[in-house]
Design a protein around this ligand. Sequence first.
Ligand code: NAY
Length: 293
Amino acid sequence: HEQFNGIIPALITPYGADGGISDSVTRQLVRHLISQGAAGFYLSGSTGEGFLQSTEERQQLLEIVLDEVKSEVPVIAHVGAMDTATAVQLTRHAHQAGAAAVSAVTPFYYKHGPEQVMRHYIDIVEAADIPLIAYHIPGLTGSNASVDFYKELSQVDGIIGLKFTSTNVYEMQQIMDSCGEDFLVFNGPDEICLAGLTMGACGAIGSTYNIMMAPFAELYRLFHEGKLAEARTLQYEVNRVIRELLRYDFIAFEREILRLQGFEVGSPRKPIQQLIDAQRADIYEVAKRFSFL
Ligand code: NAY
């Protein structure tokens, strides 16, 4: 699975004037991010607002991105859902459409025991012949699966890795140590991208790569050249932006930055924060202060 590495934006989903997915802006954004070093795309995840989209829209977005990207970089379709049936349906579609992998959050809202969560993942992986990357994001799902759970999960055929979105780097390392070298772990929180890579993550999937692709691609390159001090300088720089971002809903902030960068991606879907003019003006000042935005 050597194709999965590098910095992979969890793509912001561009919406058009009618509120639906914008074919043209999606293509424009994806092209731009590839030119800046994107090593793949992760669609309809947290950043992509997958849970605020219909099943048809999630399929539509995947088809547009695959058509634009061809096989230049791998495209990972997030198929996670509260219910197994939707995840299975999206998985079959992703396989037919030609995605490189699917990924799924641990099922949320209802509290399930580890057997149910395991069954959910097995049902997904058995639905189609496509690799599956599990998605650990306890801050949003409320489900904190254990290191032992992931160890067992890593032994299931077809489950090739985990996107680990928690700043607990020790836990990330414990998962990597228990699951073995072939199990891919992607760093989730962009603010500790370098720490995750240092601990052994194969790459990183995250939201701020939509707005800071170039510096993160450079950070990744420097890390692999062993230039740790320079990589750290870049991590500090991007974290100054992330600090500003965290004053807002991250999706609202990133959409505004993308708009300032010339990508008319539209507003996030409600109930995500809708910016007022004073907030837009504030974000504009942030963008001016950080000239690389
Ligand atoms: C996804 O599925 O969209 C992600 O990859 C989300 C990862 C993000 N985590 C959360 C909790 O939002 O990129 C990070 C995060 O936005 C960033 O590190 C800023 O905190």
